[in-house]
Design a protein around this ligand. Sequence first.
Ligand SMILES: [Zn+2]
Length: 252
Amino acid sequence: MDLDLVNRLAEVLRLDEGDGPVLELNKAGIEEGKKRLDLCLVGKVIGPRPANKEGIENAMKGIWKLNHRFQVEELSSKNVFRFIFGSREDRQRVYGGRPWTIDKQLICFVKPMGLGEISKMNFDFTSFWISINNVPLACMTELFAREWAERIGKLEDIKLVNGTMKVRVRMNITEPLKRGLRVAVDELGNEVSLLFQYEHLPDFCFDCGIIGHKALDCPLRDFVGDNPRPDRGRYGSWMCAPSSPPRDRVRY
Ligand SMILES: [Zn+2]
């Protein structure tokens, strides 16, 4: 069943006494089901191209190289899939290694909580490693990394690699990617531009900066007469960190 339709129905439709009494769920059955959920992730492919379970299974098998076999099940027609892993370690390896892409489209993973109600899952967030470039040496500190990362999303980790400050941030992918930050370096109005580069960045729009479509398909695309809008080209491939070759070379 279509996930959007389920969500819309769940908002307006409440079953009542006329539909019969409330059924108690079998406790042992619930425990068994929850244990199975501990081996699952639910992933939504964010992009216009439909994915299929065989394609995802084949592609990710080559990329993840897990210890145990895993299965993919299609959950709805809107690119949502359940991934069932052979061990908790495998599941954590995949979840901890986000973001993952297939055919340059992001797969947004959610750990099912509670009973795993799909209509309550939020696929709007994922985590990226982001290099913060052009940081003055005096600002190469954890304090500044924290402060700047919080402008992007929720900070998860910090590291310094070959003199580059990197932050791992959980961010809302329905909002435009942040290109950087302007930082005042003195009281005379001088500023430095800190530029962000994202590791394993999937397809995104160079016009509006949102993940999941390209500029040609941009719903916000507009023209002034025959000319493209003046803020075009604010985003670009320069935002992909050079140290992050795509991990989805296997196409389906
Ligand atoms: Zn766009």
